[in-house]
Design a protein around this ligand. Structure first.
Ligand code: ARG
Length: 260
């Protein structure tokens, strides 16, 4: 994750769907500060969602968060393939190390009914083989938890663009910039950014961010799931923070899926 990205066509919003190749037409223009390695013991609830249609050797596709022994929350936009093509992996920092960690097939997929225009980018997946005994993350239920100045951490196995090892769990602290920062960008508003359902986090100077393949993964604050990786223009580009789907307003409907 966490990365740096080549200059993209100006004005083009990259909402890359998970695993899909991303437009990368420009030349690299900045050295990046990536994330740092994270261990699966500090983030046992961080789940890698792989897919057999992935173009990557590791099959990586998206991130997710374990919120019940048999339930993970990920991004709705990650769910473009048949259910039987996905595998959830827990406890494997290096996705090429298939001796480590646990895996499960996905037995059920629920997409947020109001997933539209990039809003409510949530899916709840049921694990065929629950990750019993693994610590789960609680949902943040207070909409005020998303406020400028707090510094949540994002986790993922996604693109690093050479700022770190590929296919390996990384984390990055990304300051909450407040909704006004993303609302100030017409492109972001046009792309669906709303104060009530999104979190705007990262660095306006660029250099540290989530990226393709991190989608659906956890944004964590005070031991709770504050948001999930959703989209951004490029990755870690100056002036373009990361956009996260905000858990609190969706918590009631997510709960109806977790406790069933
Ligand atoms: N949509 C991307 C994915 O599918 C995640 C994009 C996050 N981008 C960002 N700049 N924070 O993995």
């Amino acid at each position: 994750m966490i990365l740096k990205r080549a200059a993209l066509i100006a004005g083009v919003l990259i909402l890359a769907s998970a695993g899909a190749a991303t437009a990368s037409t420009g030349a690299d223009r900045r050295l990046i500060v990536g994330g740092t390695l994270a261990s699966t013991s500090e983030a046992p609830w961080a789940i890698a969602l792989t897919n057999s249609n992935s173009s990557k050797q590791s099959s990586r596709w998206c991130g997710a968060t374990l919120v019940r022994a048999d339930k993970i929350i990920t991004a709705a936009h990650c769910m473009t393939k048949p259910a039987d093509s996905y595998t959830a992996i827990q406890g494997r920092a290096d996705l090429l190390d298939d001796e480590t960690g646990r895996t499960s097939a996905i037995s059920r997929i629920w997409i947020h009914p109001d997933y539209t225009n990039n809003r409510n980018d949530f899916a709840v997946l049921t694990l065929a083989q629950p990750f019993t005994g693994v610590p789960t993350l609680k949902l943040e239920t207070d909409p005020k938890a998303d406020r400028k100045g707090v510094v949540p951490t994002v986790y993922g196995w996604g693109d690093t663009e050479d700022t770190g090892p590929a296919d390996t769990l990384q984390k990055a602290a990304v300051p909450d910039l407040g909704d006004s920062t993303c609302l100030a960008d017409k492109g972001y508003v046009g792309n669906g950014y709303t104060a009530a359902t999104n979190i705007c986090a990262g660095y306006l100077e660029g250099g540290r961010d989530a990226c393709q393949g991190d989608s659906g993964g956890p944004l964590v604050l005070n031991g709770r799931l504050l948001g999930t990786v959703s989209w951004g223009r490029g990755c870690a580009d100056r002036g373009y923070p990361g956009v996260y789907a905000e858990i609190a307003p969706a918590a009631p409907i997510l709960r109806t899926q977790l406790d069933r």
